[in-house]
Design a protein. Structure first.
Length: 158
């Protein structure tokens, strides 16, 4: 009995998508900026902060860059960890995908609470809630998409 070698499966980390489609970086960066802007402005409105636009212009860059930095750092750490733990023929377990969401969220919360929102004149409980809202609403939920379907489609197209 002969093995059918017509179908090949490859694994691909989400980082490789950026190398295959470099223009996708612009979509990711602008999408992240828009989401951070919406969450930041909604938080200002809910907390009834005066001079929203003036404060927004000062804070959006910190919030956005801290979010990107936490996602990039966690993605790098998780990528190194997965390269050591699994062979190229295996997929990570399901619980691993939730770590990919929780780690950047925790890092975003810490950075926003201690650095980005530190000079905002609100009470400590409101700053905690605002940082938590930024962390929860801007976490990389796109990484929950199973990428092996994307990879299978990418490499099996004729």
């Amino acid at each position: 009995m002969q093995k059918d070698k017509s179908i090949k499966l490859y694994t691909m980390d989400p980082l490789w998508v950026l190398f295959l489609y470099p223009s996708f970086v612009c979509v990711l960066l602008s999408g992240s900026f828009i989401v951070n802007s919406v969450v930041l402005l909604a938080g200002f409105a809910l907390l009834k902060i005066p001079n929203k636009l003036k404060i927004y212009k000062k804070m959006i860059w910190k919030v956005w860059l801290f979010g990107l930095a936490s996602i990039a750092l966690c993605a790098l750490l998780l990528w190194v960890w997965t390269e050591r733990m699994w062979t190229k023929a295996q997929f990570p377990p399901a619980w691993f995908e939730y770590i990919v969401i929780l780690l950047p969220g925790a890092a975003t919360y810490f950075l926003n609470y201690h650095f980005a929102l530190k000079r905002l004149e609100i009470t400590k409980p409101k700053r905690i809630l605002f940082s938590l809202a930024l962390a929860v609403l801007t976490s990389p939920y796109l990484l929950l998409r199973p990428y092996y379907h994307f990879v299978y489609d990418l490499f099996t197209r004729s």
